[in-house]
Ligand binder design. Structure first.
Ligand SMILES: *Cc1c(COP(=O)(O)O)cnc(C)c1O
Length: 237
């Protein structure tokens, strides 16, 4: 694990990139939130983030977050950014303040039922595969429309926006097209359903400039803040 001072220097570097991208796009720097991704790092990563003033951290596996969260102060929020298997839905609702990876109507309905049983309202983002990447979870445009309709009919879910992960590709046009798609899908669905969907969670360390140009409101960054992951990914979330 890197030292706190190194982490703080990385935060300043990433924030400078975000601010420059906002200026280039004619956007206010405060319109983009940086979400530190603490997966595959010890709990210290979340403690660093909290000490630096971050309100939330992102994790991609339910079990890992469930183990770390009790070791951190209550004020820190936890967001799930990885694929959620239905058999982990109950633990996910108990562990996370927001789930960014809702990718099917069945999962939305299951989360709604569990949140209702727990007497909670669960904020969610709907995950779209806006880059048409066979290696990624998430809905295509038609699937996203159906998913949104299902989620909007769930009384215990608050649909706050959309999330996507760009395909891994060296050519910047690939990520740019993916982010432009998510933005236009959001605009189309917000218009036809008369809902706001303000959050667009898109962009990581390598492609945050493109994401901000396309309207991202949340950049998810792990490696550029905390260094290389310390333990490899196990199975899916
Ligand atoms: C791991 C992860 C990130 C952060 O990736 P880095 O390459 O470590 O910056 C962002 N979003 C999702 C969905 C992730 O799983």
């Amino acid at each position: 694990m890197i030292r706190y001072e190194e982490f703080a220097a990385h935060v300043a570097e990433v924030r400078a990139r975000i601010d420059a991208a906002c200026v280039a796009a004619g956007r206010a720097p405060c319109s983009v939130t940086l979400l530190p991704v603490t997966k595959s790092h010890p709990v210290d990563a979340a403690l660093y983030a909290q000490r630096n003033g971050f309100a939330a951290v992102g994790e991609n596996r339910v079990q890992e977050a469930a183990e770390k969260r009790p070791l951190t102060p209550a004020g820190l929020r936890w967001e799930l950014i990885g694929h959620l298997q239905s058999n982990k839905a109950r633990l996910a609702v108990a562990t996370f303040d927001r789930i960014q990876s809702v990718d099917s109507p069945d999962l939305a309905k299951r989360l709604d039922r569990i949140a209702g049983e727990a007497g909670k309202n669960l904020p969610v983002l709907l995950q779209a595969n806006a880059g048409a990447d066979p290696a990624k979870f998430g809905a295509d445009f038609d699937g996203l429309a159906a998913l949104l309709d299902a989620a909007l009919s769930c009384p215990h879910l608050s649909v706050e926006g959309l999330m996507t992960i760009a395909p891994l590709d060296d050519h910047p046009d690939v990520a740019r097209r993916c982010f432009d798609n998510l933005r236009s899908w959001r605009d189309a669905l917000a218009g036809s359903r008369k809902v706001a969907l303000p959050e667009l969670s898109m962009g990581m360390s390598g492609d945050l400039e493109h994401a901000i140009a396309a309207g991202s409101t949340m950049i998810r960054v792990g490696t550029a803040l905390f260094g290389a992951r310390e333990y490899p990914a196990a199975g899916p979330a």
